[in-house]
Ligand binder design. Sequence first.
Ligand code: SF4
Length: 410
Amino acid sequence: MTTLLDAPVDTSAWTIGPPRLLAGLDRAERLDAAAHLATHGPLPGSDLRLLLGHLDAARLTGRGGAGFPLAAKLRALTGGARRVVVNGTESEPTSRKDRTLLRRTPHLVLDGALAVAHATGAREVAVAVHDERSAESVRAAAAERPDGRQVRVHLTAGGFVSGEARAVVRALDGGPALPPGRRTPPTATGTLVSNVETFAQLALLLRLGPRRFADTGTHAEPGTALLTIGGAVARPGVVEIPLGTPLGIVLAAAGAPVLPQAVVVGGYHGSWLAPLPQLRLGREGVAAAGGTFGAGVVLVLDGATCALGELATVTGWLAAESAGQCGPCRFGLSALAADVAALAAGRPAVAAAFGHARTVDGRGACSHPSGAARFVTSGLHLLQDEADQHLAYGGCGRPVLGQLPVGGAR
Ligand code: SF4
């Protein structure tokens, strides 16, 4: 069943199957405390043991991109937590799901974060966001709750790499919103960081219990997930799906062309994939197709745009988003962007692009170079015919329509 939920453009949302995270948003633009309780019911009490048991049974992984099991993060807090951080920075420029939750159903997110704080003894829940509208919504929700005094809302600097968990913690501690040089996980200093949707999923899990939580989704990945779908579709927006839903069903519901040219799954650290209708959306299914599910972004390219030009635009943007503090990233991504731009202009640069992608992969203080390399190499593999055409004729005659947007409204 497909349900359209009424909402403003930037947080418009709809579901395939019964809504869970998005429940109640077909009747209200935003769920205040009373509407939240009426929709979801009260949150049952919990402690660390119950939390871990539920998380293990439901195999709940982080929904921010890395997909790390939340239970493993909790177990890494050997001395308890001093702070729980809700990472709502959503730096991936094409993702909207976390802001949709924060702006429209903030109590669900706070329920999960405060349950973790209670179970781990953390005194503070810090909600880090890049945008004032999400900050206002969370502040208003915290003011409605008896346990809301623990909640602090922080507006941190924007930028693609500023949303990385260690960059967020560094910013909250008064430093620049950049990944630190050392790859020390936040749990080592008693800080648990997880993504907005992960906390909202935990709030559902505590209410439903693992068995009902697994009523939908797959055996390996129970439950639902939020996608942000965009590009050449009639109905862009945030979509809640049962994990494992075939891509073809999502594309049809979103009003994509019957024969898309390609899809980009996982955002700009994700992968270009052939739009196979049977591809199962979820970490497992996308990995089986050679991609990465990331934060659940699905972007569709139709035959009207120059896909190689789209690839070049995003690669240039990724190079510009390097924080510039690690040499391989700063210089390697610029070289990679120049290669892809040359290719789009019809000059031979495929070998150079693969070479520069290999050079940056795994280098630097954060995952930005590896993510950019994955994006570019998957694009080059998928667009071999287009590259040959550009080489033979200097282009393909199609304009670059910006179906893979960069920047944009926050
Ligand atoms: S790898 Fe790149 S983006 Fe990441 S910290 Fe280093 S310079 Fe910044």
